[in-house]
Design a protein around this ligand. Structure first.
Ligand SMILES: CC(C)(COP(=O)(O)OP(=O)(O)OC[C@H]1O[C@@H](n2cnc3c(N)ncnc32)[C@H](O)[C@@H]1OP(=O)(O)O)[C@@H](O)C(=O)NCCC(=O)NCCS
Length: 163
């Protein structure tokens, strides 16, 4: 099976945060206001984007097997732009780790800061929904090789916690 480089399948996507994605918040006088963006809404976007990257790598059905711990470093607000960057870090036999970095841009000032990152493991499935081999990853750049090595260590830790 031919391998693929991370850059062949990487995705950067942008999402304007809308009121429907926010949590309710109340001012001191009890008036309802728009709060920060709901963490679950951001997790949903992360899973969708990472799943697309996994699908582009495997070109078959993929399912999310696990999402590693996700910390929200800063709140995200309505009207801010979410920048979601995602690429394959590592491939096992039938699974692959996809990394996601989430940045936020203030559209009026242009300033950007990171709000979080996550590692997701997907498993490729065949027509009978059985795990099937994935194309091996070919990390090219020093950064990609470092990500591959770090992901291998994470995978070993993850498997200890699963079994
Ligand atoms: C993920 C799933 C396919 C694994 O099935 P399984 O019979 O345990 O498969 P295996 O034991 O043969 O493992 C297959 C691969 O998945 C990996 N894996 C299994 N469970 C995992 C987990 N919880 N986290 C990370 N990797 C996992 C294994 O390490 C293996 O990888 P490798 O081939 O690269 O070494 C199965 O648990 C499943 O279908 N889960 C539901 C997935 C789903 O529907 N997600 C959407 C949200 S509901």
């Amino acid at each position: 099976m031919d391998g693929k480089t991370p850059s062949e399948t990487a995705i950067t996507t942008y999402q304007l945060m809308m009121p429907g994605q926010s949590n309710p918040s109340w001012s001191e006088d009890g008036t309802l206001e728009l709060g920060s963006i709901n963490g679950g809404a951001i997790l949903n976007l992360i899973d969708n984007v990472a799943g697309l990257v996994a699908l582009r790598h495997c070109r078959t059905k993929v399912v999310t097997a696990s999402i590693d711990r996700m910390s929200f470093l800063n709140p995200v607000h309505v009207g801010e732009l979410l920048i979601i960057k995602s690429s394959v870090n590592y491939t096992g036999r039938t699974s692959l780790e996809v990394g996601v970095r989430v940045d936020v841009e203030n559209l009026t000032t242009g300033s950007q800061h990171q709000t979080g990152s996550a590692y997701l493991t997907f498993v490729a499935l065949d027509k009978q929904n059985k795990p099937m081999a994935v194309p091996p990853l070919i990390p090219e750049t020093p950064e990609e090789k470092n990500r591959f090595d770090q992901a291998k260590i994470r995978r070993a830790e993850r498997m200890k916690n699963i079994s």
